[in-house]
Write a protein that binds this ligand. Structure first.
Ligand SMILES: *Cc1c(COP(=O)(O)O)cnc(C)c1O
Length: 410
């Protein structure tokens, strides 16, 4: 009798690692998400910088459907024509000569770290294993990735920190120089930090780090999983500084929502990666490759990059206006292109709720930021709507911040 109890709430059976917002969506189109009740939300976080071409982009939908009816998976035991095509496109549009396809960002980081260590090993310097990362960075959740970022809260409880990882202070080139030594394999950084609060490396610093790497035989790894593939208004953020890496991880925008990533490298940096040294069952499978090829065909269009720069310019200018009008709420604006960090004086989680009350979706970020990571296709009209909604969220945050004082006065 009582054994046939009501089915449990689904979240009862989901591992408790996420603090989710009390919202679910049924479908998406362009820059909007719709609940089951048909309520529209303006999506200025794009699934954390993933749906770069907006939701349900017709070209991506067609690519999935067409490939789904033909062939999903064969494994890397065989040639995969679209994997070769994607690798050709990614290398033609970057510093790289070769690519390894993955299913996620953190796997691309894993490949980057292994590639860097194997390079030195292949050159007869197996002692060069140290990966120098920076505070405030985020490289994903595999054990190597959390060790590379050095963020204590991601490491806590997962055993001792792994040997071979060193954390440097963000933006301090002298400290970095002092850390590079005979056991250094690579320096890893995000040209524009994402989760860490949209902190951007100055172009001159990236060039100085490139030079430091050249002088010391250290490999330079960029994590462009979030800032790459068009988000900053260039295909890759490093193009602004004209300081290319030796190895680079990309993902997020690459599949526009289909799980796919890639590790790109020069032929020289990848010299240790020989048959059997690395692999993936799913990575680069026909279904993922069909979507990624369609996605990259769109992302490399110069007119899309011009659009990103225009919309980003507008948003930055308007948010600067919010900073002037709501100095008790908005403290600072950071980032590059459509990776915009807004540092707040009031708690960012509460601000995100105020934004959701206005049917605007924002991402959180380190250092009490909210991030705007809209689809790269966000129109100027939608950008105007986002600013109107943000202004109302600022008003709500300001009212809330003032409320306790008023109570005391009453
Ligand atoms: C999202 C992200 C990752 C991790 O990607 P996953 O697909 O979640 O594994 C790594 N680095 C950066 C900069 C990211 O933004």
């Amino acid at each position: 009798m009582a054994e046939t109890s009501a089915p449990p709430v689904p979240s009862d059976h989901i591992m408790g690692v996420y603090a989710r917002a009390p919202l679910a969506f049924e479908r998406g189109e362009g820059s909007y998400l719709y609940t089951e009740q048909g309520e529209a939300y303006l999506d200025c976080m794009a699934g954390i910088a993933v749906t770069a071409l907006g939701h349900s982009h017709p070209k991506l939908v067609a690519a999935v459907k067409e490939q789904a009816e033909k062939l999903w998976h064969t494994s890397n035991i065989f040639r995969i024509p679209n994997q070769e095509k994607l690798a050709g496109m990614l290398t033609a549009h970057s510093f790289a000569d070769v690519c390894f396809m993955t299913n996620s960002g953190t796997e691309a980081i894993e490949c980057a770290i292994k590639t860097a260590r194997k390079y030195h090993w292949a050159k007869g310097q197996p002692e060069r294993i140290d990966i120098i990362g920076f505070d405030g960075s985020f490289h994903g959740r595999t054990l190597a990735a959390v060790n590379a970022s050095g963020n204590a809260s991601y490491l806590e409880g997962f055993g001792p920190p792994m040997p071979g990882f060193v954390t440097a202070p963000f933006g301090d080139l002298d400290a970095l120089k002092a850390l590079v030594g005979p056991t250094t394999a690579a320096i890893i950084l995000e040209p524009v930090q994402g989760e860490g609060g949209a902190r951007s490396w100055p172009d001159a610093d990236l060039r100085a780090i490139r030079q430091l790497c050249d002088e010391t035989g250290t490999l330079l790894i960029y994590d462009e999983i979030q800032c790459g593939l068009g988000r900053t208004g260039r295909l890759y953020a490093y193009e602004w500084a004209d300081a290319p890496p030796d190895i680079m991880a990309i993902a997020k925008a690459l599949g526009g929502g289909f799980p796919v990533g890639a590790c790109l490298a020069t032929a020289e940096a990848a010299r240790g990666m020989t048959p059997g040294s690395h692999g993936s069952t799913y990575g680069g499978n026909p279904l993922a490759m069909a979507v990624a090829v369609a996605s990259v065909e769109e992302l490399v269009k110069p007119e899309l990059m011009a659009h990103v720069r225009e919309v980003a310019g507008y948003l930055n200018q308007q948010i600067a206006g919010l900073k002037d009008r709501y100095p008790d709420v908005v403290l600072d604006i950071r980032g590059k292109g459509l990776l915009i960090g807004v540092k707040l004086a009031t708690p960012n989680r509460e601000f995100m709720q105020h934004a959701r009350d206005q049917h605007l979706l924002l991402a959180g970020g380190g250092d009490n930021c909210v991030r705007l990571l809209p689809p790269l296709t966000l129109s100027l009209e939608e950008a105007r709507e986002a600013i109107e909604k943000m202004e109302r969220a600022c008003q709500a945050a300001q009212a809330e911040a003032k409320a306790p004082k008023d109570t005391v006065g009453a």
